[in-house]
Design a protein around this ligand. Sequence first.
Ligand code: ADP
Length: 444
Amino acid sequence: MIRKVLIANRGEIAVRVIRACRELGIKTVAIYSEADRESMHVKLADQAVCIGPPEASKSYLDIPRIMSAVEVSGADAVHPGYGFLAENPRFAEIVQASGKVFIGPNAETLALIGDKIRAKEVAKKLNIPLVPGSDGPVDFKSALEVVKQIGYPVVIKAAGGGGGRGIRIVRDERELREKLPLAMQEAKIAFGDERVYIEKYLINPKHIEVQILADTHGNVMALGERECSIQRRHQKLIEEAPSPSIDDKQRKMLEEMCVEFCKHIGYVGAGTVEFLMDQDGNFYFMEVNGRIQVEHPVTEMITGTDIVKWQIKVAMGEKLSLSKVERRGYAVEFRINAEDPNTFMPSPGKITNLYLPGGPGVRVDTHVYCGYTIPPYYDSLIAKLIVWGSDRKSAIERAKRALEEFVIEGQGLKTNIEFHKRVISTREFREGKHHIRLVEEMLI
Ligand code: ADP
């Protein structure tokens, strides 16, 4: 049994986890840095422990400080949210070694899927199609060999990369010579692992991912796909479910591949398998994420499941009892970031006027409120607007209405709400024909 969960995170996802715990009758402990004293997750939790100064390295990434908070508060489980330590195998191991439940996959699984090269090896063994590329890590010489086979352009990716960081596009040999050592150096600093690999750079693909839930009894189920093709610099901005571009047959095939992959590695918890889909409708496995994703609500909205509650229930050893997942309608999520809509530079500040949209089919997940000052130390996500509609067209009309209602104002504070309105008014998005470079093309 889990009676008290410590949430090793901040912001909207900490609030989301507190909500799930409260509905399950589980007590919650928030941790916070000195910069987050006034955050909503601190106010909503049953208990709160300050763990250090604003810098994430001395607070939300500091394992000893977090473990002290676990001990002091008497929590018997830790939910890591996303980002920070969520996919850190060492953290999972330490939590477990101290007799507490880590709400997520075990350390071995996190180590396997966190190494994208190893994850691709598993996929290959299971005949899951991969983006053509190197079989393992490359140096300049072996990279040249690979390029001889697959041709330019290619992308260099870090084996330990994540969050869209560490991806470089290379169009010719000169660029390869220049960028490969830089990519390795950067990977070593950012991820502590200098191994990089190479993939064919696909032209204008779509990003399609499948939500997975798995219990400790060997049951794995897929909750359908999300399309996350609206991205800027490989970072997602708008996500939707289901994808407007795949049919039931393709969905079934994807789901079966993902379930097989997860069964093969003994996956437990919520997870996401990411693919790219090219313009001919071919799918290519990219990676597996072993955490709750930012965009999980779109799947919740169309399936009526609570993925965060299920994370907690399977961590308690409960069997997945969702017999069949029924999908209903369409959902779209907008990441509302505190950033300049033109330069995309972070633009934190104090919120002096706030009105959250509501009405039928509208959900807002956020930790901000009127009077709250957005600290400059963390990512710029301040809210997620999720809308539901019986079909894609009505979901988009509702999104337009909700984005127009949304008011966030403050001194020096800017958001990307106007930018979202522009994206959803493009013909490509409205027709569902957009790909991962639409935003880039809009900005030219
Ligand atoms: P991360 O784990 O850092 O998020 P991913 O491997 O998931 O990195 O890729 C993030 C995004 O980068 C994808 O959604 C896609 O937009 C782009 N991308 C990745 N690999 C390729 C590729 N081979 N060709 C074209 N775009 C790619």
